[in-house]
Design a protein around this ligand. Structure first.
Ligand code: GDP
Ligand code: K
Ligand code: MG
Length: 296
């Protein structure tokens, strides 16, 4: 084994919408986790791999830790806690432009129990003045004994290289767990479904909150293209109407945006065939949950 090569596992935790998925996509330089301004966008624990000449860092993008309200919420919490086991470091993200709350202390408590170095990343500094940033750093330093406090902008990339460099320093010597070109453990089908879900969340804004699940029914080569048939599940007829839009306008736009990203991902021309179905209360049905891939 190459003694100087380093590797390890890093959990990325923090409240919903602080920018965890944005940061990971930025580090991996490819979109492996979907981003939106809605809480609970990331439903599964997603494993993302950064590999360079000196190290391999395996990031665990977690759903946010929050109070569970339904079975899906409970499942997401379990995912977040599980990812704190067997790891080398924690990136604890906060949004610098938001108030600290009891929620942050709650999450910090959970992390402290894992007994590993914690980096505090104060994100969204593109929205803060220099003075605000300094104040945030001082306040947080009084709160907990962080191994590092790094102000970043995941969106614009500020200090993201510093995060990787500092992680490299503390990781142990170790092997490459994954091949150089592997960036995520998510199967292609799930990535494809997630891209469509992201576009739907963006297109429907607050009208169709979390009542969307996207499922790939079929994915095959057909006449030089990749044909993908998928179903969007919503909970009510009214939501179905919103997702489809007037004369199909919303779904058409979602399909257009998703197709170009999926083509980039798969490196091939793609034909998307999207169907919308009502399936009431899918979030509370354990069988539906595992069918949509929300399971261990
Ligand atoms: P997650 O729920 O923690 O994974 O957060 P996301 O990565 O989904 O981001 C939530 C929202 O915050 C999205 O609208 C992002 O574009 C936005 N966001 C993430 N990082 C930054 C940042 O550094 N600056 C600003 N201004 N917005 C950000
Ligand atoms: K989000
Ligand atoms: Mg996320």
């Amino acid at each position: 084994m190459n003694e100087s090569f380093k590797s390890g596992f890093v959990a990325v935790v923090g409240r919903p919408n602080v920018g965890k998925s944005t940061l990971i996509n930025r580090i991996i330089k490819q979109k492996v986790s979907i981003v939106s301004d809605k809480a609970q966008t990331t439903r599964n624990r997603i494993l993302c791999v950064h590999t360079d000449d000196a190290c391999q860092i395996v990031f665990l993008d977690t759903p946010g830790i929050h109070k569970p309200r339904h079975k899906l919420g409970k499942f997401m919490d379990e995912m977040a806690y599980q990812s704190l086991q067997d790891i080398d470091a924690v990136l604890f993200l906060v949004a610098g432009n938001e108030k600290r709350g009891p929620g942050d202390l709650f999450v910090l408590d959970k992390i402290a129990a894992a007994g590993v170095p914690v980096f505090l990343l104060i994100n969204k500094i593109d929205k803060l003045s220099k003075g605000d940033i300094l104040k945030e750093i001082t306040d947080y330093a009084n709160l907990y004994d962080f191994a590092q406090i790094i102000p970043i902008s995941a969106l614009q990339g500020d200090n993201v290289d510093t995060v990787v460099a500092e992680l490299r320093k503390l990781l142990p010597s170790g092997p490459k767990y994954f091949p150089d070109d592997m960036m995520t453990d998510q199967p292609e089908r799930l990535l494809v479904a997630e891209i469509v879900r992201e576009k739907l969340l963006l297109a429907t804004r607050d009208e169709v909150p979390h009542a969307i699940a996207v499922y790939v029914d079929e994915m095959k080569e057909r006449g030089g293209k990749i044909y993908i048939r998928m179903t969007v599940f919503v909970e009510r007829e009214s939501q179905k109407r919103i997702v489809i839009g007037k004369n199909g306008a919303v779904l058409k736009e979602v399909g257009r945006l998703a197709r170009s990203e999926i083509e980039h991902l798969l490196g091939n021309t793609v034909y998307l065939d999207i169907w919308v179905k009502v399936r009431s209360d899918w979030r509370n049905q354990a069988s539906a949950l595992s069918e949509f891939g929300y399971k261990n």
